[in-house]
Design a binder for this molecule. Sequence first.
Ligand code: MTE
Length: 299
Amino acid sequence: MAHRWMNDLTTADVTPKAAFLNRRQLIGGTAGLGAIAMTGAARAQAALEPNTLEEITSYNNFYEFGTGKTDPKDNAGAMVIEPWTVTVDGMVDNPGTFSLADLTDGLTIEDRIYRFRCVEAWSMVIPWQGFELADLLAKVGVQDGAQFVAFETVVQPENMPGVRRQVIGFPYVEGLRLDEAMHPLTIMATGLYGEPLPKQSGAPLRVVVPWKYGFKSIKSIVRISLVAEQPPTTWNKISAREYGFYSNVNPTVDHPRWSQATERRVGGGLFASREDTLMFNGYDEVASLYDGMDLSQDY
Ligand code: MTE
């Protein structure tokens, strides 16, 4: 891999390109890390390194290709991603079905190194490339009354063994409240480690919401709908008691069948100790989105 990523994460891991480059200069220069005020979350992550491309692309959840962790790597090659269109519909000024090039035209692609925490209590650190969903929403023009964004994954039965076996209901669907979707941390990822997104990672376009459990980060998106009501979401439909609509990472609210207090870092090795899970996965800046909500009820 040509890329050499920094071995520390700071500023709660929001890493817009400018800050990323700036920080590299800082670290390269004399100022060093001491010059940067670090939040608790960032401190918790200092000295962490992004997972390797191999780790990120060989341990996946993508049930369209099967339920095993290596099924996506083994089977996703068959998914056809060219041409690719995304339909934007619902309460928008400029609905339509767009090629990927048209959809992303004019949007700024940035590097974002994010922590990623699966509801199954494993985690990684992933160097994505992508654009802010807010920029896309501004481009298509969100109309008054839209309160949620709904997403849908492609269905290609002939290329997707998990779809043929109906291991869960498809298409995989997800959703965010509009203010969550507009938050600058929420990105549509198009790349990983500076290369186009691998198919098992959700090529060519997926959501990444780093403060929520990984299943909210829906892959291989073909439809984005602006809607007034909270949309149905795949894991919530399967088991509402276990998987809430919000699914914010929360070490104090356990899954009915396991604790969410700690996590296993993929690639950490057999003898690595589990790490404490951080509220909102360490992205404290989203806390105000949930003011007045009881997150043990709205889990
Ligand atoms: N998107 C689709 N379409 N199908 C899936 O099965 N799995 C989700 C999410 N997005 C899933 C999906 C889950 S459970 C997780 S943890 C993440 O993708 C995994 O992303 P990764 O494989 O890139 O780590």
